[in-house]
Design a protein around this ligand. Structure first.
Ligand code: FAD
Length: 517
């Protein structure tokens, strides 16, 4: 292999590492000629890291990894490819926590957005009291945990979250960003005021509902097909300090779902601030990154129950409070919980800080990391199922296909209100007013192929039963499936692609559009 190690004095673009000769070398030389203040890496370790993702299922080797030192360098890179006779694919990579290669760029350039994070200084700016409404401006590369830490310094916080906070702003806004607050505030994409975006032509555009609205709504939930988000202005509000957190166990699926649906129909003051459900199979509380809630003895009791019934269901709710409302929180919680139909004696509680609550998954992650159980294949399947078909889904999937589920990892089932999703965004959801987000977040420690076969069986079951589901974090390999996924939004999606990324440079790993290069 030939050595391409170019360090330029004066802070100009530097190419670092070794690379095999071939077309990639000329690409690197061309990028180099831009004289940017960024780094292009071709060393095997950097390239290898950018060749796969959290899923560890898909592999696509890029020609190089671009470590930007500024937004304008990213714009120059995209503009260069757009104008070039030999364009190349460009994929911004947040933390690479996709599971199906969505942040990969075979033979193209992966933009390591994390290079912009540095110490976070300056790329997360809070405007609290002085601004009506309050907001935080965060770089697209920023982690939600850092956005939370920074806003909490002002007693403020975003209101819509993901379960796990070590994801990037640009990565979740390209999908939707969902969790137990979605029923109340909508997904994260419903809580954004403004974006700075670099389009597939290399143009930098500030967009919002009022200005360049078409691009704004295209990018939100747009699977990274229209632009690279370099800044998002996110809604924030006064943060509570404490959280009363409960988990209630059900054996009856119909009672579990009707209670969830009731809870998500209540106003904020009368119900929970957070509602999420999960399915517990006999072994699913072992090695699960969401089980740190329970003490050991509870895990044994619940697992025994799950073994007895095949599966049990857990409804998780949280009520936020602070010093001023602490004296009434018990009573408020009781008034919500008393009407629910969980199994008597199977109510579990915790009282934690708001920060601990939002960052609850981290503890489980750290445990799995230390035991080598985190960096394993993740053949995840996420689906949105209309409310009217959820009992059928339970019978066909949880009680049948997954009956002998021998994998570990959470199975989430979370009710949502469609009216909290802005239909002008690119995200697609089922046509019913209430739908469920189902997350089969399983780890394939002993091989993932059998789990993948199970995923296919689940999709087949839904197709055969005529359940009009949508995938969340979708993954398809045929144009027909993408068309079906977007449904009535497909034509607009294609028009927007032609408008903002006509050479189909951006995030080719989503595998929606093919380009000629
Ligand atoms: P990446 O995987 O790096 O990128 C995702 C896509 O966005 C790619 O196509 C990429 O090219 C593009 N992209 C990256 N940065 C930008 C940018 N700045 N501008 C435009 N496009 C960009 N999702 C939920 O909604 N709710 C959850 O509770 C949740 N929990 C999760 C827990 C874990 C442990 C994991 C691994 C994932 C979870 N996810 C959840 C999924 C998560 O939202 C996706 O993985 C998402 O892609 C964000 O990951 P990321 O920031 O690493 O983005």
């Amino acid at each position: 292999s030939s050595v391409v190690v170019v360090f330029l004095v004066g802070g100009l673009l530097s190419i670092v590492g070794q690379h095999k000769p071939g077309p990639a070398v000329s690409l690197l030389q061309e990028i180099h000629s831009l004289k940017l203040n960024s780094t292009v890496c071709v060393d095997p370790e950097a390239v290898d890291r950018a060749s796969t993702d959290f899923g560890l299922i898909t592999r696509a080797v890029p020609a190089a990894v671009f470590r930007p030192s500024s937004d304008s360098d990213i714009a120059a890179l995209v503009g260069f490819s757009y104008a070039s006779a030999r364009p190349f694919g460009i994929a911004p990579r947040g933390r690479g926590h996709s599971v199906r290669g969505q942040a990969l760029a075979r033979d193209g350039v992966v933009v390591d957005m994390g290079a912009l994070r540095g110490d976070g200084q300056g790329r997360i700016r809070v405007c609290g009291e002085g601004c009506r409404p309050s907001y935080v401006d965060a770089g697209g590369e920023q982690l939600w945990i850092d956005v939370l830490r920074e806003t909490m310094k002002h007693g403020l916080a975003p209101r819509s979250w993901t379960d796990y906070l070590y994801l990037t702003v640009g990565g979740t806004l390209s999908n939707a960003g969902i969790s137990g607050q979605t029923f109340l505030y909508g997904p994260q994409i419903s809580n954004v005021y403004e974006l700075d975006v670099i389009t597939g032509k290399g143009e930098t555009v500030t967009c919002s509902e009022q200005h360049e609205a078409d691009l704004f709504f295209a990018v939100l939930g747009g699977l990274a097909q229209f632009g690279i988000i370099t800044r998002a202005r996110i809604a924030i509000e006064p943060a509570p300090t404490m959280v009363r957190w409960v988990r209630l166990i059900y054996k009856d699926f119909a009672a579990f779902t009707s209670d969830q649906e009731r809870l998500i129909s209540l106003e904020k003051k009368k119900g929970f601030n957070y509602v999420e459900g999960s399915v517990i199979m006999a072994d699913s509380l072992t090695d699960n990154w969401r089980s740190s809630f329970y003490v050991e003895e509870d895990i044994t009791r619940i697992s025994r129950l799950a073994a007895q019934y095949g599966a049990v269901y857990c409804l998780e709710g949280a009520k936020y409070y602070d010093h001023a409302t602490a004296s009434s929180i018990d009573q408020e919680l009781r008034s919500v919980v008393d009407d629910l139909r969980y199994l008597p004696g199977f109510e579990f509680r915790n009282d934690v800080s708001y920060m601990h609550f939002l960052n609850r998954v981290r503890e489980g992650e750290t445990k799995l990391q230390s035991r080598g159980l985190w960096n394993v294949p993740h053949p995840w399947l996420n689906m949105l199922i209309p409310r009217s078909r959820i009992l059928e889904f339970d019978r066909g999937v949880f009680k049948s296909i997954l009956k002998h589920n021998n994998s570990v990892g959470p199975i989430l089932i979370c009710a949502m209100n469609r009216n909290k999703w802005d239909q002008r965004t690119s995200a697609v959801v089922p046509d019913e007013e209430v739908f469920y987000a189902i997350g089969l977040l399983r780890s394939g420690m002993d091989g993932w192929k059998n789990l993948e076969e199970q995923n296919e069986e689940i999709l087949r079951f839904c197709d055969d039963a005529g359940i009009s589901y949508r995938q969340y974090l979708p993954h398809y390999t045929s144009l027909a499936d993408w068309r079906k996924h977007f449904g009535a939004k497909w034509d607009v999606f294609v028009e927007r692609k032609m408008r903002y990324d006509p050479r189909a440079l951006l995030s080719p790993g989503q595998r929606i559009f093919t380009s000629s290069f």
